[in-house]
Design a protein around this ligand. Structure first.
Ligand code: KG4
Ligand code: ZN
Length: 350
């Protein structure tokens, strides 16, 4: 079967300038962005549903899909207007097709398919994790592979070696919960609002590291992580006090939990840097916004002569600019072209 838009796509590989409209709807942010040449963000509009999901203590998939549907057309108009571009001037339509929530992803994928068909522009299917890595390309104009990436989001925790723009090697990953998931669950048991990561970050500043919450050491000599044990330890600690009707310091719990998790993330990242003899470490994903994690990474990098890169705060959590950047590097390598039968994939690997 002739690939849909195959000849148009092939022509893009060597075109001097590429302007891509990208769509992201994998979780609770509806986002559309226009990105030029993988690095220059012409527009970046995000409609966050955090306030909507907060009263449920977490993302409700059905509600997320419906709100993506409500927001997406207006966001498209806004993104085009802010970029000062005509839709026919776009070179491609990119969309996150996984990983994420099925119903939420489908809204973005179907909207992208409609645009691709109507505007006769190639459709590019982007892996969300590749987008998070690319969030650093839009934040640091001169950053290029190779580097080690610590990927820490609500859905993923992994250490990757990025040898080229589209060459990723998994060096280690979580065997159970993602770091962000652990932050969110611990925050919930402490009665903090969703999303819990930024709340723990704030609360920990006035706490002391006095409760021993250690992460499991069964993975000690590996680059893999496990966060479900420490999460359960915190939950049990809190429940014990609640059952006895005794007060405890939420600040100290937040601080002690955050110290353990960030120690683990930093220790394994630095080990990966040494083992692979890399000099640059790039942080990606929402937990990358954590202040204690950033301080510890900076300190460890200074001691070891490494360089650390973080995405700008607005590109740390989910956005579409990072998807537009990842799509640019796919196109340059002749990758990512999707047919109009593209569907969402809630679980995809690297
Ligand atoms: O990358 P992201 O926006 O979405 C996923 O792809 O998962 O990450 C969201 C996660 C949530 O678990 C949130 O609590 C966490 O990132 N997060 C933080 C901070 N800001 C966001 N975790 C710790 N400290 C923060 N400052
Ligand atoms: Zn994400």
């Amino acid at each position: 079967m002739k690939k849909y838009m195959a000849s148009e796509f092939a022509a893009l590989k060597n075109k001097k300038d590429l302007t891509i409209l990208a769509i992201e709807s994998s979780c609770d942010e509806t986002a559309i962005s226009v990105v030029k040449n993988g690095r220059e963000v012409l527009s970046n509009v995000v409609s966050s549903q955090i306030e909507i999901h907060r009263r449920f203590g977490g993302v409700v998939p059905e509600i997320a899909s419906r709100n993506h549907l409500l927001a997406i057309s207006n966001l498209y108009e806004e993104a085009i207007e802010e970029a000062k571009i005509k839709p026919e001037e776009l070179d491609a339509i990119a969309v996150t097709y996984g990983a994420g929530l099925m119903g939420a992803l489908l809204v973005g994928v179907n909207f992208a398919k409609g645009l691709s068909y109507a505007l006769k522009k190639p459709l590019i299917a982007v892996n969300h994790v590749h987008g998070h890595i690319a969030s650093n390309y839009i934040s640091h104009p001169n950053l290029e592979p190779p580097f080690i990436c610590l990927m820490v989001s609500g859905g993923h925790t992994a250490i990757l070696k990025i040898t080229d723009y589209n060459k990723f090697k998994m060096l280690g990953s979580t065997v159970d919960d993602a770091a962000g998931e652990a932050f969110d669950k611990v925050a919930r048991v402490l009665g903090l609002p969703y999303p819990g990561g930024p709340e723990i970050d704030k609360l920990a500043l006035s706490g002391r590291n006095v409760v021993k919450f250690t992460v499991s050491n069964s993975l000690h000599n590996t680059l893999n992580f496990s966060f479900s044990g420490i999460k359960t330890a915190v939950i049990n600690y809190v429940h014990k006090f609640e059952q006895k009707g005794e007060a405890f310091s939420k600040e100290n719990v937040a601080r002690s939990f955050e110290e353990s998790v960030t120690d683990e993330l930093v220790e394994k990242s630095i080990r990966a840097m040494k083992e692979t003899k890399q000099k640059k470490i790039v942080i990606a994903g929402g937990v990358g916004a954590n202040s204690m994690l950033q301080n510890k990474i900076d300190k460890a990098c200074k001691e070891n002569g490494f360089e650390a890169y973080y995405p700008k705060l607005k590109y740390c959590t989910d956005n579409a600019a990072m998807i537009g950047s990842a799509a640019y590097y796919y196109i340059r390598k002749g990758m990512g072209l999707a047919e109009l039968d593209l569907t969402a994939k809630p679980n995809i690997d690297l």
